[in-house]
Ligand binder design. Structure first.
Ligand code: LFR
Length: 496
């Protein structure tokens, strides 16, 4: 039985997961888990990229030990939009900035003003998020960044880490589709968009596809790790959300998913990008998936709000455990304050409690009280936002869904899964939690011919990992309809 290794990097933590495929069963062993803590330096917020490389090497070493031999292959997936720039001699010119840094502030608005939403969306298929790569690069250009001037190659985070391991510079397709610089109809970088953003064309090369071979470990890495055999390096669907969608164990052709982690990504898999007026009006995105598919989806702020709030409580010296917090939140009476989780107010890093209370005050609601009150406010608001976006997903795709697949670490939050089922009034099928790592491995098995394609991968994933069904709680419909109506009215009032 061959073993294969997935490196899955999230915005808060990373893991190395060793996969075995035997018959129609997958087995996973998490050989390494590590923190991914951004670093504030000189007014910027950066990813600690070399520490991540160090952790990948650690993970590979541990995987070789656990498997009794080095894995046959490895692949990396991570969050999207962020990148490193390489100079002429192949050195990394600076630490990659974090998408929650403020260096591109105002850039999206300026480009929208200059080129119009219609033009930008039709060309890129991408939702408007202020941290998209296109705005980050345009902002660097505007401030005459010496780094940008010297750069010869742009590599997205997984491309960059893979480059450190193999010496090969390859840009992978699914992650490239999150930049705002790719034309989804042509499936290639778009020169008009590059020109519009003032981004040098030389930074970009033809794209590699998920499952493509991407070289071997360099002799130096091989020697450093003392491995007994070579490891083939592959491209996964390197955007973590693309990998997570691969792992949705849906049997039906058309299904709705929610990849639930720091972000909540909700949408459906489609064969072609949807560039309609309605998709633009709802700010949906078309991001590339494995095996030629597209992810028609929308970003929802997700558990970030709660995670950031818990970090604040920890800094203050006390933070209730997750279980205790959820039990407290679940026990509070209905009808409490709500927020619009997708208000840009909640996007940047930093103290979250004051922003939540501000939103409640400004919308004429009482402030949430205590730890449980804040958790309830966030989770109930998220569940309601899922209802809102699910409806929009149906409208833009022209489909209707009998339930919602949830994958990702967020499904460990059982209260959120239950409230989601209550809010959408349909079943939630939750699992697997390690969606991105599993999808990463599935693409490696497909590439090696050990799985025939997406449908077989999804069937094997469904058989191998438990999927838990959450039915709407009897009688919850009215409570949720009231809260939904109330939140929509609050949002409208704030916008108006
Ligand atoms: C989720 C994710 C989202 C992307 C956001 C920022 O981890 O990759 O898909 O919009 O992070 O990169």
């Amino acid at each position: 039985m061959t073993t294969r290794l997935a490196f899955d990097l999230g915005a808060g933590s990373g893991r190395a997961v060793l996969g075995r495929l035997g018959g129609s069963r997958m087995e996973l062993t998490e050989v390494h888990r590590f923190a991914n803590e951004p670093v504030q330096a000189g007014g910027g917020l950066y990813w600690d990229i070399l520490r991540l490389l160090h952790e990948l090497k650690q993970g590979l070493r541990l995987a070789a030990r656990e498997g009794g031999a080095p894995p046959a292959s490895l692949a990396i997936d991570s969050w999207a939009v962020d990148f490193g720039l390489l100079g002429r001699d192949g050195t990394l010119l600076g630490n990659p900035l974090h998408y929650r840094d403020r260096h591109a502030e105002g850039m999206m608005e300026r480009l929208r003003e200059r080129y119009g939403d219609e033009w930008l969306f039709r060309r890129s298929g991408l939702q408007f998020l202020p941290f998209n790569t296109i705005y980050q690069l345009a902002a660097m250009g505007e401030r005459r960044s010496p780094q940008l001037r010297q750069a010869q190659t742009l590599l997205m985070i997984p491309d960059l880490l893979r480059y450190f391991l193999t010496g090969e510079k390859k840009q992978e397709f699914t992650n490239a589709t999150t930049t705002g610089l790719l034309n989804p109809s042509a499936r290639q970088w778009d020169n008009e968009l590059l020109k519009a953003a003032g981004v040098p064309v030389r930074l970009f090369a033809p794209l590699a596809q998920p499952g493509d071979a991407a070289g071997e470990l360099t002799a130096a890495v091989h020697a450093e790790l003392g491995l007994s055999a070579q490891v083939q390096v592959l491209c996964a669907a390197e955007h973590d959300t693309a990998s997570a969608v691969v792992a949705v164990p849906a049997r039906e052709e058309s299904f709705a998913y929610l990849s639930c982690g720091t972000w909540s990504l909700m949408g459906t898999e489609v064969p072609e990008p949807v560039l309609s007026e309605q998709a633009l009006a709802y700010n949906f995105t078309n991001e590339g998936g494995a095996a030629g598919t597209w992810r028609l989806l929308k970003n929802i702020m997700g558990l970030w709000i709660l995670e950031e709030l818990r970090r604040e409580w920890q800094r203050e010296g006390h933070c209730p455990g997750y279980e205790e917090l959820l039990a407290g939140a679940g026990a509070l009476p209905a009808g409490g304050p709500l927020i619009d989780p997708d208000d840009p107010l909640f996007l940047p890093a930093g103290p979250m409690g004051p922003r939540i209370r501000q939103w409640c005050r400004e919308s004429g609601q009482p402030e949430p009280q205590g730890y449980a009150g804040h958790a309830r406010c966030i989770l109930e608001s998220l569940a309601l936002q899922y209802r809102y976006v699910l409806k929009q997903t149906e409208l833009v795709s022209g489909r209707s869904f009998s339930g919602l697949h949830m994958v990702g670490g967020g499904i460990r939050n059982r209260l959120l899964c239950q409230w989601t089922a209550d809010s959408i009034g349909r079943p939630v099928w939750a699992g697997p939690a390690e969606g991105s790592a599993i999808g990463n491995l599935a693409v490696q098995w497909i590439s090696a011919g050990e799985l025939s394609g997406l449908s077989e991968a999804r069937r094997v994933i469904g058989d191998s990992f438990g999927v838990e069904t959450y039915e709407p709680t009897p009688g919850s419909g009215e409570r949720m309809a009231e809260a939904y109506g109330r939140l929509q009215a609050l949002k409208d009032k704030r916008k108006g």
